[in-house]
Ligand binder design. Structure first.
Ligand code: ZN
Length: 261
């Protein structure tokens, strides 16, 4: 057994617990409170020991969701991977912190469709530092401006489109936006991290991934005969983050597909 791998495994476990905990408590009230049972009819506060050992809720016997184990598994595997091949330019520690941050933001966005403002502020500082660490300030700021500009344009188009749709259907605002303002914030942050021109490729790849995912989702709904609505809304944020993770941590895969990138 290779004992030098104990350290990255422990760091991976730490990342997994941290992401699970923050994704459980932050969306409710942005406070670092004691985690509560996920059963909407129960919501009892859990003891730390029960929470950390993945025990069932003592009140209603609800087991922790499979997400908890999946997040820990992914974190340990990913931390081992970047320990052995750290991202070029960034190195292990930047790579580790950025991964934890992106995974947390993607998970919260996926589960609640929220991009939390305090987390965005942390991302702003983290990605500005990381961006300036690997490239010039011009490319870093241009990346952020491009990320903001491209997404803000699509955001306006989305608002216009839903206004036309509501007018046609004669219905009131349903509060659903194809692209949320959170996506604009996220694209700006990723622009700082990836710089110009990589941000442009990142957004394109994210939209393609989201497209493939929604196609599979619709197919799945048709096959299981659950398909009713013509409007299936998906969050774009997790797909922008997924493509950023590919670009940062698996650049060889990308250049195998697209030699000129
Ligand atoms: Zn419970």
């Amino acid at each position: 057994m290779d004992f030098s791998l104990i350290f990255p495994v422990l760091l991976g476990l730490l990342a997994g617990y941290l992401i699970n905990y923050l994704a459980d408590v932050l969306p409710d009230d942005l406070k670092l409170t004691r985690p509560a049972c996920k059963n909407p009819a129960c919501q009892a506060n859990l003891h730390w020991k029960d929470y950390l050992l993945f025990r069932r809720c003592p009140q209603c016997q609800k087991a922790p969701s499979p997400r908890v184990y999946l997040v820990i598994l992914i974190c340990v595997a990913f931390t081992l991977y970047i320990w052995m091949s750290p991202p070029a330019g960034l190195g292990f520690w930047y790579g580790y912190v950025i991964f934890v941050y992106l995974f947390l933001v993607a998970l919260i966005d996926f589960e609640t469709r929220l991009v939390l403002r305090p987390l965005s502020l942390i991302g702003l500082v983290l990605f500005l530092l990381a961006g300036l660490h690997v490239r010039s300030w011009q490319e870093t700021l241009l990346g952020a401006a491009a990320g903001f500009g491209i997404m803000f344009f699509f955001y306006l188009v989305g608002i216009l489109f839903s206004r036309i749709r509501n007018k046609r259907l004669g219905s009131a605002q349903d509060g659903e936006e194809a692209l949320g303002s959170g996506d604009v914030t996220l694209a700006t942050l990723l622009g700082l991290l990836l710089g110009w021109p990589l941000i442009w490729f990142n957004l394109l790849m994210g939209i393609l991934l989201a497209g493939v995912f929604s196609l599979l989702l619709i197919l799945g709904l048709i096959i299981t005969r659950k398909y009713r609505s013509m409007m299936v809304f998906i969050a774009y944020g997790p797909f922008f983050i997924l493509s950023a993770l590919f670009l940062l941590y698996f650049p060889n895969w990308i250049s195998a597909i697209l030699p000129e990138v």
